[in-house]
Design a protein around this ligand. Sequence first.
Ligand SMILES: NC(=O)c1ccc[n+]([C@@H]2O[C@H](COP(=O)([O-])OP(=O)(O)OC[C@H]3O[C@@H](n4cnc5c(N)ncnc54)[C@H](O)[C@@H]3O)[C@@H](O)[C@H]2O)c1
Length: 334
Amino acid sequence: MKILVTGGAGFIGSNFIHHILEGHPEDEVINLDALTYAGNLENLSIWKDDPRYRFVKGDIADASIVDPLIAEADAVVHFAAESHVDRSIMDPGIFLETNVRGTYVLLEAARKHGKRFHHVSTDEVFGALKPDDAPFDEKTPYDPRSPYSASKASSDHLVRAYHETYGLPITISNCSNNYGPYACPEKFIPLIITNISEKKRIPVYGDGKQVRDWLYVEDHCRAIDMIIRKGRIGETYCIGGDSERTNIWIVKKLLELLGRDESAIEYVKDRAGHDRRYAINYGKIEHELGWRPTVSLEEGLRKTVSWYQANEDWWKNMKSGAYQEYYAKQYGKK
Ligand SMILES: NC(=O)c1ccc[n+]([C@@H]2O[C@H](COP(=O)([O-])OP(=O)(O)OC[C@H]3O[C@@H](n4cnc5c(N)ncnc54)[C@H](O)[C@@H]3O)[C@@H](O)[C@H]2O)c1
């Protein structure tokens, strides 16, 4: 199978490309990525001379680039997005441009060429849970509350509409928070790990008691791989990690793993409209495709910490330049 991966130079996309090229010697990958601040080709340097891998720099919202690539692919796995909630609060426009219009441009080309389309989405489209609410599942009504989740919800609806209206062979996955190698250090877990390593303060929003369900990225990639090969066309699959924890639990665990005390923790003003809790019931994908998470949170955090310790140059590079400006705006200059 020749797979067009969009956003393959980002966190989950690059993990997915490793997963496919390592696990499926018969597959080929075209990676279409605009290389925004979140994209980094170093993530995939081991494949750069492999004939099964090709990189194309370009914007998913540019039909002239997208059309011929989709024409030659067997399937599209669509990761490319503006993905950071805090940035969406600062500047929503680019989220609509990439996440909504970019998805539309891809869908139009997939429709024209009749190609299989998998859309990678988030559990954030479902809104926030109260402590005793049942976890999200495929029947949970959409209730996005940030510009990021609203843009992802819009793109999910568009993808579903292309299936209902034009019969496009689609699937959608809504996954909980991922962590692991190659995550940009603006995201929660790598921000904490790298700030601890740099002996900087650890900013924690509000009371730190927001609950997230964490999934090791390799488990997510395996789920998508199963969906594109065995998933039922037109269906949505919720993917979760069985690992609900408060943010402050994660911070304290990372401090313990890195051998630091808690004095660096600094509670900062909460994110506007911060969702209190996410949790996922992944019974459908477990029942239909036999998927379940395999990496425990404790093991995944240990692996992640080791990866960031071994790849200091990578994250220092990601934290240079425009990142500094973003960080100062978000957390102040300290
Ligand atoms: N990170 C998570 O915890 C999580 C959880 C569930 C779902 N998702 C979804 O998974 C996908 C990937 O998330 P991520 O965390 O890897 O994101 P990321 O920000 O690390 O990577 C996004 C990639 O998309 C590329 N990109 C951005 N705009 C583009 C454009 N206009 N054209 C082409 N490429 C463009 C970037 O250069 C980058 O390489 C997103 O769709 C996101 O909504 C993420």
